[in-house]
Design a protein around this ligand. Structure first.
Ligand code: UGA
Length: 433
């Protein structure tokens, strides 16, 4: 199959490289000429484990190419994927569809023969209808079908998620499009991956419902964690105790500083807007959004608590800035709330993150260090915000020796309270009362 992938952001690049690895012929297209040049030179603009090798191999073997021009790739494509960004629209939280609409306009004039136009971008219910109308208007004779095919990739595990997904969701009522989608994902059917064929609007909603449910699940365990602290219980044991019930499931029950990232925050708000417009508000999700925002802001207070409420003139060492490990993504990371709040309380912040280079532009006044030990040196307290593997097995005696006072606030529960106490730390974590 021939695939044109419009957009070489996170989703487009991973999906394009993985489709090529299945044996399809893929051209990834982006308007950003510099980015395309870098990709052609073998430079991967994002940090995603395994992606560089996957891209390199498929380019070398002739199945994956990059271009700023959509013409040729779209003309010859069986399927054109729209994988451009749908950020939160400034001010109102609706998904900004301008890139999606522009992509539809562009594709319309280029298609040749029956073409399946697939939305991979996360788009609100009804966007498929809009794309169809745009293409129909621009090119009344075009032979095409618009399909919704949301992605469920997690950053940091995206290749694994693409190649071994729990399910594939395809929203279309067009038989020819269905056949094309079946062929594209055929390598996965061999692994017996379930494929859920639905109507297009249903498929669009599945994506938002999935992310909102996961955000809700995290928020639920975060509130239970607060309760655990108040009543002297252990949230990790509660999570295990409920998670073994298959109806609940043990994933996404890790309490922490609140969810962040490029998806949950924007998708929950977009779903709230869609539901309000439809006259059926999703109050659980509205509340989830509120609780999570407040939680991220409240986390600095936990650091103040271990220092008797006074951060004035104190030095805080921060370990981890990205919204989760194994990514360089800083979007809506809890650190973006926590670090400025620490500074506002009078603390000086020194920080280390293995990949969060963008933090340098986003967090003013922070002393960025070259490694974890440098970041804890001289600190009155250390706060672990992101659970990078390399923070899980620090030489704790060295850490203690380097710190001014041995206070550790572990917002990801990567250490054990008894252990930390035995080593002489004053240790605070989440939901372990
Ligand atoms: C999320 C979904 O997991 C993917 O299925 C989806 O495809 C993607 O959004 C998307 O819409 O593109 P991602 O944002 O990469 O993926 O990251 P997650 O692993 O879901 O983590 C999101 C946030 O929740 C992080 O800040 C993480 O630290 C937090 N989290 C996650 C917790 O606090 N506790 C948990 O148990 C799990």
């Amino acid at each position: 199959m021939r695939v044109a992938m419009i957009g070489t952001g996170y989703v487009g690049l991973v999906s394009g490289a993985c489709f090529a690895d299945f044996g399809h012929d893929v051209c990834c297209i982006d308007k950003d000429a510099r980015k395309i040049e870098r990709l052609k030179a073998g430079e991967i603009p994002i940090f995603e484990p395994g992606l560089d090798a996957l891209v390199e191999r498929n380019v070398r073997e002739g199945r994956l190419s990059f271009s700023v021009q959509a013409d040729e790739a779209v003309r010859s494509a069986d399927a054109v994927f729209i994988a451009v960004g749908t950020p939160s629209r400034r001010g109102d939280g609706y998904a900004d569809l301008s890139y999606v609409h522009a992509a539809a306009e562009e594709i319309a004039g280029l298609m040749d023969g029956f073409t399946v136009v697939v939305t991979k971008s996360t788009v609100p219910v009804g966007t498929g209808d809009e794309i169809e109308a745009i293409i129909r208007k621009a090119n009344p004779n075009a032979d095409f079908a618009v399909v919704s095919n949301p992605e469920f990739l997690r950053e940091g595990a995206a290749i694994e998620d693409f190649k071994r997904p729990d399910r594939i969701v395809v929203g279309t009522e067009d038989e020819r499009a269905r056949a094309v989608m079946n062929e594209l994902y055929r390598p996965l059917f061999l692994n017996e991956t379930p494929i859920v064929f639905t109507g297009r609007r249903t498929s669009e909603l599945i994506k938002y419902a999935a992310n909102a449910f996961l955000a809700l699940k995290i928020t639920f365990i975060n509130e239970i964690a607060d309760l655990c602290e108040a009543v002297g219980a252990d949230v990790q044991q509660v999570a295990r105790g409920i998670g073994l019930d298959k109806r609940i499931g043990n994933k996404f029950l890790n309490a922490g500083p609140g969810y962040g990232g490029s998806c949950f925050p924007k998708d929950t708000i977009a779903l709230v807007r869609t539901a309000q417009d439809a006259g059926t508000p999703v109050r659980l999700i509205e509340t989830t959004v509120e609780i999570n925002d407040a939680r991220k802001k409240a986390m600095a207070g936990r650091v103040a608590d271990v220092l008797e409420g006074d951060l004035n003139g104190k030095t805080i060492g921060v370990l981890g800035l990205t919204f989760k490990p194994n990514t360089d993504d800083m979007r809506d990371a809890p650190s973006l709330d926590i670090v400025p709040a620490l500074q506002a309380m009078g603390a000086t912040v020194q920080a280390f993150d293995p990949e969060g280079h963008e933090a340098r532009q986003m967090l003013a006044g922070v002393d960025f260090k070259a490694g974890p030990y440098e970041a804890v040196e001289g600190a009155d307290a250390v706060v672990i915000i992101t659970e990078w593997d390399q923070f899980r097995a620090l030489d704790l005696d060295r850490v203690k020796q380097l710190m001014k006072s041995p206070n550790v606030v572990d917002l990801r529960n990567i250490y054990r309270p008894d252990d930390m106490k035995a080593r002489g730390f004053r240790y605070s974590s989440i939901g372990r009362g």
